[in-house]
Design a protein around this ligand. Structure first.
Ligand SMILES: Nc1nc2c(ncn2[C@@H]2O[C@H](COP(=O)(O)OP(=O)(O)OP(=O)(O)O)[C@@H](O)[C@H]2O)c(=O)[nH]1
Ligand SMILES: [Mg+2]
Length: 427
């Protein structure tokens, strides 16, 4: 397959990101055409000719626009060029297709592709009704256009139903985690900011990382202990500028974990120029808003190892400060300041309180009690044995304290005795 491409650049300021997307999708860029404006029908004859002659001289069969094309533009441009132009969205989807590891991600990609297809089919139906014959390159083959349109719609419904099933499974899983007292922390942020590198550093795992966009395409989690909490740590798919709303919908189930998190670590690559950092931070917050996430955010300024002038961080620091009370500079790769990050997380989730309790073997529930207490305490959790009972001590979180009160577990140190608590409650 010919993967030589002419790229048409409209948004110069984000060309670097676009270039890496195109390359990641496997294209060789053999020519660039700069575009100042779109006309009402698409692009001017002059620009069409420029693209055509570049295609001829380079042998490129692909024309890729760095922006999202309206369906009628695609139709008009395809008619002139003889090939269907691709846009930024399609390139992103092609990358996703290459990386897709899971059934759910597959479904999401199909859904997003079909939604693009639907928008285009709509245009074809409109044009067909106006009496214009849809161009062959766009043609749905033997289908009548509106039959085709309905078929696409039906397939979308089908995939949505399957995704809904997956979503329900995840909901059950979340419910289970909540009951067991897990706290969920999502690592979110722009693509290539270092989310997976941080995930690996915190979990000791070795998930794939890389400089190319969208290395991570599905949500991945691991369970770790931070202070007195069992943490369900989630590595998510990267954000990107101008992600159209329906793409967010299509990938919502992947990003959904963010919505239900107790805390989001928003990773920002501080080795980039200030303006990039500013724009990406703004875009990231916009996406968090769209995801309806209203909880705490720790802005994690990553890749501090490549900064050699501390002064450089000052404006970035005040930028972070304007978004969140919690921010920190780290290097996920070199392991710099990870302790500081863990401290902030503990500050937010709550530190433990020292308690010593007695659990009697005569309590038929003793095993479950120990299990629950262990999961809601820190690493110093310890047991000692005394005749017919077990003495448990350690730092415990709020959930454990609630549990101790509710189950009337005998408190030896750290809290008023259960009977006293009752008196308090009654008065
Ligand atoms: N110098 C430096 N490079 C880093 C650091 N953290 C990550 N990187 C590099 O940045 C690139 C992207 O890292 P990833 O962890 O894959 O980024 P990601 O945010 O998971 O990216 P996607 O999954 O594609 O969204 C890789 O080449 C990493 O080695 C860091 O602290 N310092
Ligand atoms: Mg990643």
């Amino acid at each position: 397959m010919n993967k030589r491409a002419i790229v048409v650049v409209y948004k110069r300021e984000s060309y670097k990101e676009f270039e890496s997307l195109v390359k990641e999708a496997g294209y060789e860029i053999v020519g660039i055409v700069y575009l100042r404006r779109f006309t009402s029908r698409g692009i001017s004859d002059y620009k069409i000719n420029e693209i055509k002659s570049l295609m001829e001289s380079t042998g490129a069969e692909n024309v890729i626009f760095d922006t999202q094309l309206k369906p009628n533009y695609i139709y008009n441009i395809a008619k002139e060029l003889g090939v269907e132009p691709k846009d930024r969205l399609e390139i992103i989807l092609e990358i996703f297709k290459m990386h897709s590891p899971s059934k759910e991600a597959d479904l999401q990609i199909k859904l997003a592709s079909l939604q693009i297809e639907l928008a285009r089919a709509k245009e074809r139906v409109k044009l067909a009704k106006l009496g214009e014959q849809p161009a062959l390159v766009l043609g749905p083959g033997e289908y009548e256009v509106d039959v085709y349109y309905n078929e696409v719609k039906r397939r979308i419904q089908n995939i949505k139903a399957k995704l809904e099933e997956e979503r329900k499974k995840r909901e059950l899983h979340r419910e289970y985690r909540r009951k067991r007292g897990f706290r969920t922390i999502s690592i979110a942020g722009y693509t290539s900011s270092g989310k997976t590198t941080l995930f690996n550093a915190l979990t000791g795992l070795n998930r794939r990382t890389g400089p190319e966009p969208f290395t991570t395409i599905s949500t991945k989690f691991s369970i770790i202990k931070i202070g007195v909490w069992d943490i369900y740590l989630v590595d998510t798919i990267g954000f990107i500028t101008d992600l159209p709303p329906f793409m967010i919908n299509a990938f919502y189930s992947t990003l959904e974990e963010i919505t239900y998190s107790d805390l989001v670590l928003l990773v920002v690559d501080v080795s980039e120029p200030y303006d990039y950092i500013k724009n990406k931070l703004e875009a990231s917050y916009e996406i968090l808003r769209k995801l309806n996430y209203n909880g705490n955010v720790v802005i994690v300024g990553n890749k501090i190892d490549v900064i050699n002038n501390i002064e450089y961080l000052k404006p970035i620091e005040s930028l972070f400060n304007s978004y969140s009370n919690y921010y920190i500079f780290i290097s996920a790769l070199k392991g710099i300041n990870l302790d500081g990050l863990l401290e902030i997380i503990e500050d937010i989730l709550g530190r433990g309180r020292y308690i010593k309790v007695r659990v009697s073997y005569s309590n038929p529930n003793w095993y479950n009690i120990l299990d629950y207490l262990k999961r809601n305490s820190d690493r110093e959790f310890s047991l000692s044995f005394e005749n017919d009972s077990i003495i448990v001590e350690g730092l415990f979180n709020d959930r454990a304290i609630e549990y101790i009160k509710k189950n009337r577990i005998e408190v030896l140190e750290g809290l008023p005795h259960a009977e006293d608590m009752d008196i308090e409650a009654e008065s």
